[in-house]
Design a protein around this ligand. Structure first.
Ligand code: PHE
Length: 452
């Protein structure tokens, strides 16, 4: 169990590599796909405020806890939690946080890859000019047709998963580190291009007005639960991704500094991507409350009606694929690191073994869009919706909550004494973060019970 991380996997030598990898993990479909549509459905600016509060008061302290645990133990999340519980002489069941985290990560990966596969497909469609002059019916039909075509879906999601697997198999330095140095500049360029496009050709002021309008009456408790779940999702918390990356952080890195940087970049990215999307959507008189289809129906429709639309649609969907890639790498890494460190399975073997299972689940997800398939309606929701709801609204917040409780109340303080502003951080974990998650959960549950 005490096996050191081998030098080949190693640690990143530079702080900037860590920041790129961590930011690459946090920026993903959550920022580009989910954030705009849940904001659209929950009243714009007021929801954004709520989300910012959740990121600051709940997300950030847990992000710091994950990074500290990774950096202190220098191990994969499962072993890290085992070491910490042993050294703190606390009940060893607490270490299950690491195990459940890795599992939740793989579940997310199996539906995440499906959406990334749509992105890949749409990127190629855009390059071939398929969105030119699309009508609203055709845009919807196009998306529904893709969802119905399980073979195409499975093909593209597997292409995506295999490329992610290749990077993870190449190791922490030569694989993940190098890939992030290529990915991040590309993402910045793509985002910059989209912002300037929507500024010149979209309805930027309508987008801005929508994001700044505070319609507090649209906020329900469900919206609060959504904002909380999204704060976990967007900061990649509760699945051990950040703990795994914390283990590769260069020595003497200021955790507070990197945690704040990563959270800020993540939020900034979501806001800018949201602004670009709403500006393009509003310029075409499309309502922002389209739900998950916002990105795959409304945007192709909007781009198809605008000058240079195909080129920019290709850039947009390219950005979607790049962003998903960095997140997917971090969803796979914790389990691979665990097999590799704990059971000495080489990465080239660990990756295909885990991916084989993920691919089976994602194939079932792809089939679940076909209304005749049994997975299409499991107690009223498709397998795809189930996996999303169970992970985002339950598994991630519960994993994060348990970590907050454990680190805040039970873990021996000596281990974390070097953590940034230790006393204040632990106080917040104990008296703000953990109770906030608990209250939000309790109220959401009560509400659900009273409405059924
Ligand atoms: N943060 C990613 C996103 O916003 C999703 C993710 C969740 C990645 C958990 C890793 C771990 O899309």
């Amino acid at each position: 169990m005490k096996k050191q991380i081998s030098s080949d996997q190693g640690m990143w030598r530079r702080r900037v590599t860590f920041i790129m990898a961590a930011t690459g993990s946090t920026i993903g479909l959550g920022n580009i796909w989910k954030f705009p549509y849940i904001t659209g459905e929950n009243g714009g600016g007021a929801f954004i405020l709520l989300y910012l509060a959740c990121v600051t008061l709940v997300g950030l302290p847990i992000l710091i806890a994950e990074l500290v645990a990774g950096q202190y133990t220098r191990r994969n999340p499962v072993t890290a939690m085992q070491i910490i519980t042993r050294e703190s002489q606390t009940n060893r069941h607490w270490s299950l946080i690491g195990v459940f985290g890795c599992l939740a990560g793989l579940i997310i990966l199996s539906y995440y890859a499906v959406v990334a596969g749509w992105g890949l497909r749409y990127c190629l469609d855009a390059v071939s000019g398929a969105f030119q002059g699309l009508s609203s019916e055709l845009a919807t039909e196009r998306f529904l047709h893709l969802l119905d075509d399980s073979q195409t879906l499975i093909y593209w999601q597997n292409v995506f998963l295999l490329s992610v697997g290749m990077v993870v198999a190449m190791g922490v330095r030569r694989g993940v580190g190098v890939a992030m140095h290529i990915l991040m500049p590309l993402m910045l360029l793509a985002l910059g291009a989209l912002i300037s496009y929507s500024w010149h050709l979209g309805d930027f002021s309508a987008g801005l007005t929508f994001m700044l309008t505070m319609d507090f009456s649209a906020l329900s408790w469900n919206a609060v639960l959504l904002a909380l779940g999204h704060a976990f999702f967007t900061l990649s918390l509760g699945v051990g991704a950040m703990m795994a990356y914390g283990a590769y952080m260069p020595k003497r890195t200021s955790i507070l500094g990197v945690a704040v940087t990563v959270a800020l970049l993540d939020v900034l990215f979501a806001l800018l991507a949201g602004l670009a999307i709403f500006a393009v959507v509003f310029a075409n008189d499309i309502a922002p409350t389209e739900g998950p289809g916002l990105m795959f129906v409304s945007l192709p429709l909007a781009f198809g009606a605008m000058p240079y639309g195909d080129g920019f649609a290709a850039i947009f969907f390219g950005l979607v694929v790049f962003a998903s890639f960095g997140s997917a790498v971090s969803l796979l890494e914790p389990s691979v690191a665990w097999l590799n460190e704990r059971h000495s399975v080489p990465r080239w073997l660990a990756v295909p073994s885990i991916l084989a299972v993920v691919m089976v689940v994602s194939a079932a997800v792809a089939l679940s869009f076909n209304s005749e398939h049994p997975a299409a309606s499991l107690a009223g929701m498709s397998l795809f919706q189930w996996l999303d709801v169970v992970t985002t609204l339950w598994l991630l917040p519960i994993g994060g909550f348990l970590l907050a409780i454990y680190v805040g109340w039970f873990m021996s303080p000596v281990k974390f004494a070097s953590a940034p502003h230790f006393m204040l951080w632990r106080f917040v974990l104990r008296f703000v973060t953990a109770p906030a998650v608990l209250v939000i959960f309790a109220v959401a549950l009560l509400q659900r019970c009273s409405t059924t």
